[in-house]
Each structure stands twice: as C-alpha cells, then as structure tokens.
Design a protein around this ligand. Structure first.
Ligand SMILES: Nc1ncnc2c1ncn2[C@@H]1O[C@H](COP(=O)(O)OP(=O)(O)OP(=O)(O)O)[C@@H](O)[C@H]1O
Length: 466
C-alpha cells in the first residue's frame, strides 16, 4: 500500500474506530443507568481501580523491574536502555458488592505478594475487605467488597421450576459475596442450629422450595414446636410432605421407625432395583426419590428426661429410642438416598446428641450466645476460628448469617443466607402438592411387597448399632 492509498483509507478507519468507541460508550452508559444504586457505585469504583492501577501497583509492592535490556543492548547513541517496570495486567468486573479483579502474575509478584498487599489495596480501593485466591494457572482472583455482604439482607424468590441439580443447596453468599453451596449427594445429615429468630427456618425453606418442584424428592417433617400440621413454620409446606408429626414423642417415634424400616427395605433392594449398591451412582428419580426428613426443634424429640415417675420414664425411653432411630438414618441412609436435616434453637448437648451431630457432614450455626453453644453446634474446631464463631453474630444485623465448616478446606466460612417469604413457600407447596408420593409405596411398586419384609427381619441391622 502506498502512502497515498493509506491517506485515502485513513478517514474510514478513524470513522470505524470512533463508531466502535461510541457503541462501547453508549453500551456502558446504558448499563450504568439501568444498574441499581449499589452496582452503580461499584461501576465507578471499577473505573477508579482500573485507572489508578499503574500508580498503585508499584506503591503496593506489586511490580517488578525487568533489568534485562531488550534485544538492542546498547542504543546507537551509546546509552544502555533503562530497566522496565512490569505491572501485573488486570481485568476489573464490578458487581453489587464491589469489584472482582483478575490479575496476571508476573515473576516474583504472585499469590503471596498480592495477599500481603491486600490491606493496602483495601484502603486504596475503599473496600471493607480484599481477598486474594488463585484462579487459573498464572492468574489470581482479587475480590474487593465495598459493602459487607454479611450485613446486606437478601431475598430469594423460588421459581417453581425443577432444579437442574437437585442436590445442590444454594446457601447464600460468603463475606466476599461469592456464592456458597453444598452438594447434598452422598450426604446423610445436616445440622442447623442457632438462637430463635435468626433464620433457620428461612434457610431450610429455601432448600424445600427450590427442590419441591422435582418429583425425585419426598419429604417428612417432624416439627417439635407444634402439635398439629396446621400450625407453625411447616403449616403450608406440609401439603408437599408424605408425613408430618408435631411434638408428640410417640408419633415422632412411629415416624422415625417407619423411616428406619424404609431405610432397611431400600438397603435390601437397592441392588436388585437399581443395579447399584449406592443409589447416588444413578441419582434420585421419581421411582426412587431422595427422602428428606426435616426434624425441627430437635430438642423436643431427643431431650434427656430425668425423673423416676412412670410418665417421665416412658418419655425418657421414647426420646432415647428416637435418638437411636435418627442416628440409624444418618449412619446408614446415605447410600439409599435418605437425608436428615436437624434444626434446633437449643444449644445443649441433648438438642442434637453428639453421636448424631458428629456423623452429619454438613453443619451450620446461626448466632449463638456462648462459646459452649457454638461448640455444641459446630464441634470443637470452631474454638480455633474466632472470627467465624457464631457468638459474634448476635447483632440483629446478622439475622440470616450462619457459620459453616468449609467443605474440603480447613476453617469456617460465614454465609449471608437469603430470606424466603412464607407466601412463596406456600405458593410452591400448593403448586407441587400433586408430586407427593409415599416412598414405601414407590418401593413396593419397584420391588414388590416382599423386599420390605426381608429388610425388617434382618437381625444384624439393629437400630441400636452405634
Ligand atoms: N435470611 C434472612 N435475611 C433477613 N431476615 C431474615 C432471614 N431469615 C429470617 N429473617 C427474619 O427473621 C425472622 C425469623 O426467621 P426464622 O423464622 O427463619 O428464624 P428461626 O431461626 O427459624 O426462628 P425459630 O427458632 O424461632 O423458628 C423472619 O420472620 C424474618 O423477618
């Protein structure tokens, strides 16, 4: 191309570049105008982070000098070229809570250096917290939160659609506003503890509302706070359950026995019915659904009755048998698709007996009054993690915030769980009530009635095995 030709196409090229810039600017403006107040503040923050990075990075110790001169060792005028300052490249994305910065590591400026600089970055970016985690190889994920996600209440409106992944329990967001979820496949038990009114029911509601549209799940509720299914937190949800009991110990005992019998019958027939030893190898289905037992205000069913009169002795016997039955479900129900969620506001050892708590792989605790109560809820290890101790969550701003042991990593994480309105729970329960099936009947349809009795007669399967 001749110089003359270049001059000829230059206006068109400049025009194209200007058009692209204009479209980009318009798109950014529309995005800004349409965003909510918090996201707009984050967009402004992202602009500051991007434009301030070249100055900030060297000051925060996040740059390196490349002292090896480039290809030309000595310039024609005899001067040796200066060393270059190399700064990690960043890509900044704003969201409601702050900014997510992807940084490319450079030699000697990597995870440790960024983690050391995190407090300076937090000050410069005006963030309450900055965390640095490895992303893809050679890249880091720097999370800066302007607003503390733990004190910003959120809401969840269930869609009423069957979830793509039935066993993924979306719990909420952590202190860096990153989503936190647990996979409940192969999990036999979950414990949820916390002072009254701090969000236990809302947390369980979310799981129930998100999963209820699937025919591959069936529920039984034992609500120790009420006497009939028309009362309490599960009054609306009860229509989506195949069984419901209130605070009557004998009725609860009958339900737990029924479920242990189902567990045994499933254990006997899982191989012949599903062709696998562990139901999770094929996953739950409408014919072999995940059976979830929710035991709320568990203290009612497990408490340690003391006294020598006949009535107290009877209650003590029932309650200790209840604990053994639930223990059976938690210890042996996993591979046949049974899950127990145990919630309590009492923070004493007999609310969730330790022999049950210790076999539940997932445990959450909302606010607790004392360090002892936190240990009862989350185990001894919580003493080693004072920042995440649920005793620090007693402020009303932390209603809906729970502490949970990290899965696959040491330590605990604090999670802002969303509020789920009772009306939404009622709507979902009414819309999905037609999906209720008795898992006993489903098993009989799959295997015939004999499998069930074969399971019951098995002697070495005694519920007392602990
Ligand atoms: N995640 C949340 N975010 C904001 N507010 C919440 C949240 N969860 C609950 N709340 C508020 O707290 C109130 C009590 O919540 P919830 O019934 O879930 O508590 P709870 O721990 O189950 O209490 P209890 O032990 O008495 O059953 C709710 O009515 C709601 O106003």
């Amino acid at each position: 191309m001749t110089a003359y030709e270049i001059v000829g196409v230059a206006p068109a090229a400049v025009g194209a570049v200007l058009a692209v810039i204009t479209v980009w600017a318009l798109w950014s403006l529309v995005r800004y105008v349409r965003a909510d107040r918090m996201t707009r503040a984050s967009i402004r923050q992202a602009v500051r982070v991007r434009f301030g990075w070249r100055r900030l990075a060297p000051m925060a110790g996040l740059s390196v000098h490349d002292r090896t001169p480039p290809a030309v060792v000595v310039a024609p005028d005899g001067k040796v070229p200066k060393s270059r300052v190399i700064i990690p490249k960043i890509k900044v994305t704003p969201d409601r809570y702050g900014v997510l910065v992807r940084a490319v590591c450079v030699p000697k400026v990597s995870l440790a250096e960024f983690q050391r600089a995190a407090p300076y970055l937090a000050d410069a970016w005006r963030c309450t917290r900055v965390s640095v985690l490895p992303d893809t190889p050679g890249q880091l994920l720097v999370r800066g939160v302007r607003v503390d996600p733990l004190i910003a209440p959120t809401e969840h409106v269930p869609t009423g659609e069957a979830p793509e992944e039935l066993t993924r329990w979306h719990l909420g967001v952590d202190e860096y506003a990153q989503p936190v979820s647990v996979d409940l496949s192969n999990v036999p038990g979950v414990t949820v503890a916390g002072l009254p009114g701090f969000g236990k029911t809302s947390l369980v509601n979310r799981f129930l509302c998100d999963t209820a549209p699937s025919p591959a799940i069936q529920y039984a509720f034992a609500d120790g706070k009420v006497t009939s299914s028309h009362e309490g937190d599960y009054a609306d949800l009860a229509q989506r359950a195949f069984a419901f009991v209130g605070d009557d110990l004998a009725e609860a005992n009958a339900l737990f026995k029924r479920l242990v019998e189902l567990r045994r019958a499933r254990s006997t027939s899982v191989g012949s019915a599903l062709g696998v030893k562990n139901m999770w190898h094929v996953g739950p289905s409408a014919a072999w659904p995940l059976v979830v037992l929710v035991v709320d205000e568990a203290h009612t069913y497990f408490r340690d009755y003391k006294g020598s009169d006949a009535q107290t002795k009877k209650l003590a016997a029932l309650s200790s048998e209840n604990a053994r039955l639930v223990e059976d479900l938690v210890k042996k129900g996993r591979s046949v698709g049974m899950l127990v969620i145990i919630a309590t506001q009492k923070a004493t050892g007999d609310a969730i007996p330790t022999f049950i708590r210790d076999v539940c792989p997932v445990g959450l605790s909302f606010a607790q009054k004392t360090a002892e109560a936190a240990v009862v809820a989350l185990g001894e290890d919580i003493r080693n993690w004072p920042d995440a101790n649920p005793t620090t969550l007693q402020d009303p701003a932390y209603v809906g915030v729970a502490s949970m042991a990290r899965q696959g990593r040491p330590g605990f994480t604090r999670i802002r769980t969303p509020y789920v309105a009772d009306e939404d729970a009622a709507r979902i329960a009414a819309d999905t009530a037609h999906l209720v099936r008795d898992p006993d009947e489903l098993l009989a349809e799959l295997t015939g009635p004999h499998a069930r009795h074969g399971g019951l007669l098995s002697k070495d399967d005694d519920t007392g095995a602990a």
